[in-house]
Design a protein around this ligand. Structure first.
Ligand code: ADP
Length: 288
């Protein structure tokens, strides 16, 4: 009897050993089937190990995808830079044409610089280094300032940006610059993904222990199936647009990281063709 149990245990342990060896060989983990009769200690060990193996395989998959995305995002502007420079050198260009090439090259260089800054920030967050500089700050003043900036950004598309806030003063313990980045990013997206003559609203509400900032737009909206993924690195619903709107798909992953680093939450609701609403909830005057 005891021999039979040992055999079951041995078979489970053998499968586990194979799965662990396969991790380094980068073979996708096979599902572990523990034979009936395996002792509960070995069953528990198998469950923990297969969780670990699955997590490790997921991380590896994500890391590979990330490297492929970064390479692609950097290679594209470099290809454009090289192509334009070669063409400018080959043909007889007048000074105005050369000026245009330099301007376009500068745009590509700026794009790469922003991308590298975003990547640096994300890699710091991966390493668990949270470079937040928290201090007491007035959220209402920040939002008012960003409201004016958003109004300026929206003028070209004749989009109306309104601020709804019933509170005079809201204090937070937070990193002013990083929160500015969060709301500017959400507002820029709201304007970017809203057609001409649309509207964007910002609402600030305060509860005893937290504040909520809601940014809504009457824009293109998103299908339900994308809502979880838009916070992933490099995720863009319409990937072909980035050469025209300068997007990289990193903005919302940085927004989410900053909000979470403040012990807050970000949520989104959206209806295709009708608009989107992003809601950020932040704890008040909490030491981080
Ligand atoms: P980017 O805007 O640079 O592409 P983000 O990470 O900011 O990257 O956003 C990821 C994707 O989420 C966008 O490409 C877009 O498809 C979608 N998205 C974000 N904000 C909105 C919005 N307000 N309305 C519609 N789609 C949006």
């Amino acid at each position: 009897m005891s021999n039979k149990f040992e055999n079951h245990d041995l078979s489970a342990i053998k499968q586990l050993t194979e799965s662990i060896e396969n991790i380094d060989a980068e073979i996708e983990p096979a599902e572990l089937t523990v034979p009936a009769g395996t002792s509960s200690a070995v069953k528990n060990l198998a469950a923990s190990c297969s969780d670990l193996i699955e997590r490790r395989a997921n991380n590896l998959r994500r890391a590979k995808q990330f490297t492929a995305d970064v390479t692609h995002e950097l290679r594209t502007p470099l290809t454009i830079l090289r192509g334009e420079t070669e063409l400018a050198l080959r043909n007889d260009r007048d000074i105005n044409q050369l000026h245009q090439v330099l301007e376009s090259n500068l745009e590509e260089i700026n794009r790469m610089t922003f991308l590298i800054e975003d990547l640096l920030l994300l890699s710091k967050s991966d390493l668990g280094e949270i470079p937040l500089k928290t201090e007491p700050m007035r959220l209402d003043s920040l939002i008012e300032e960003l409201h004016h900036q958003a109004q300026l950004l929206a003028t070209d598309k004749n989009i109306e940006v309104t601020l709804l806030s019933k509170h005079e003063s809201i204090s937070l313990q937070a990193d002013n610059l990083r929160l500015r980045q969060v709301f500017l990013n959400l507002l820029t997206n709201a304007i970017k993904y809203t057609p001409e003559d649309g509207s964007v609203s910002i609402e600030l509400t305060e509860e005893a222990s937290f504040v909520t900032i809601t940014i809504s737009d009457s824009g293109i909206g998103m299908e339900e199936k994308h809502l979880n993924s838009i916070f992933d690195r490099f995720y863009r619903i319409n990937k072909t647009n980035n050469r025209y709107d300068g997007g990289t798909g990193l903005g919302l992953s940085i927004v989410k990281w900053i909000v979470n680093a403040h012990q807050g939450e970000i949520n989104v609701t959206s209806t295709l063709g009708q608009g989107s609403t992003f809601t950020v909830t932040l704890p008040k005057l909490k030491k981080i």
